[in-house]
Write a protein that binds this ligand. Structure first.
Ligand SMILES: Cc1cc2nc3c(=O)[nH]c(=O)nc-3n(C[C@H](O)[C@H](O)[C@H](O)COP(=O)(O)O)c2cc1C
Length: 381
């Protein structure tokens, strides 16, 4: 590599806002390239399981487009010699207000599974969220992780959920993320009838020791469709941890969760995998932020593919952003290093974009920086 190019790349990874023409001149191509590489590496049924959405995939298709349907209103002549992406979330300091969304079964993507994802996330200074449906023991992942939260599906057998959240708390989880949008798993055409190559050993890695003798495993471990907001207080009581609710798309529902004791909400439609035709997270975010009114952190996920998308989310009022599928592609392609590279790239893109809108820190990102814009038709050649 030419010395001058190497210096630019080094600055990029060190978060210097001058960077990044190298990274942003083709915005979004980083995550698209990683997906393409992962698609060639993964068994087709695993790629389909990760990539797919529910129903006609309307919500899936709109997620990323909804972020790019905002335009920026930069401030001018601001001192942006240094730009900091640092953030504090529920008492945890992060190098960037970005985390990894909870996703099932990383073992399908990489032999090191969630250990690699957690280690790569920690290296980049982000937050890791471990799924209830993870493929390694909670304690093994915790040993490799920096700051992490545990995502909760409340199962029909409440004692199983209780056992898992107690173990997560003992292993160092800093919060629970209760998924509220999955009373039943959304039907996905692309994976209907296709078995993903996951052994029972991986599926039950955390549950086996808690199952009663001779159980009807699927019935006990399925999500309980009867849960209401009172489960928030129960989870908080058994774990001693703050409980945030994921899958909120309305201001009134966010307030209902906070009134029941939630410590925050995640605006999310589950990556287009639950209710098809659910509103894009990018379009639901401002309503939720306004209804919450600073009482608690608001996170968002779904279709975030670049540092520019993160900037739009933060400007709309999100306290942090979670990345889903791009992390699985990075994990498949490069293990822990791949995940760290992805988050480093997002941080460099965010830092560069913050400089260009005149915001030296995340606190300076506000709603005045964004304006909804109709998606312009592509110019004909
Ligand atoms: C393969 C896969 C598995 C997922 N598993 C879970 C899960 O176990 N729990 C959960 O709350 N959300 C789960 N999600 C949803 C993510 O947490 C997140 O909401 C979504 O992926 C964000 O959208 P994005 O993939 O477009 O970034 C999963 C998503 C994918 C793609």
């Amino acid at each position: 590599m030419h010395a001058a190019t190497a210096a630019v790349v080094r600055r990029a990874t060190e978060g210097d806002p001058r960077v990044a023409q190298t990274l942003t001149e083709r915005p979004g191509t980083g995550t698209a390239d990683r997906e393409e590489l992962a698609r060639t590496l993964l068994p087709p049924e695993v790629y389909a399981y990760y990539a797919s959405g529910s129903g006609a995939e309307t919500t899936l298709a709109e997620a990323a487009r909804a972020w790019s349907a905002f335009r920026l209103r930069p401030r001018t002549l601001r001192d942006v010699r240094t730009v900091s992406t640092a953030a504090r979330l529920l008492g945890t300091d992060l190098a960037l207000p970005v985390g990894v969304a909870p996703m099932a079964f990383h073992a399908l993507a990489h032999p090191e599974a969630e250990r690699a994802t957690a280690a790569g996330t920690d290296r980049a200074g982000g937050l890791f969220v471990l799924s209830t449906r993870c493929s390694l023991r909670i304690e093994d992942v915790a040993a490799a992780a920096g700051p992490w939260w545990f995502q909760v599906y409340v199962m029909r057998d409440r004692s199983l959920t209780r056992a898992l959240v107690e173990r997560a708390a003992a292993a160092g989880a800093r919060a629970l993320l209760l998924t509220g949008d999955t009373p039943y798993v959304g039907a996905k055409r692309a994976v209907g009838g296709v078995r993903i190559p996951l052994s029972a050993e991986h599926f039950l890695v955390n549950l086996a020791e808690h199952l009663p003798a001779d159980p009807d495993v699927p019935a006990l471990t399925e999500q309980d469709p009867s849960i209401d907001t009172d489960v928030i207080a129960w989870l908080q009581e058994v774990s001693g941890l703050p409980v945030l609710v994921k899958g909120v798309l309305r201001g009134d529902e966010a307030v209902r969760c906070l009134d029941a004791g939630a410590a925050g909400v995640v605006v999310s439609n589950h990556g287009g995998r639950q209710l098809d035709r659910a509103v894009p997270a990018a379009l639901a975010l401002a309503e939720v932020v306004d209804a919450v009114g600073g009482r608690a952190p608001v996170l968002v996920d779904g279709g975030v593919r670049s540092g520019l998308d993160v900037l739009v989310a933060l400007a709309l009022g999100a306290d942090a952003v979670l990345l889903g599928r791009p992390v699985l592609w990075a994990l498949a392609a490069g293990g822990a290093d791949g995940v760290a590279d992805l988050l480093d790239q997002v941080r460099a893109e965010l830092s560069h974009a913050m400089a260009l809108v005149g915001s030296p820190d995340v606190a300076a990102l506000d709603r005045s920086l964004v304006v909804p814009a109709p998606i312009l038709p592509e110019a004909s050649p």
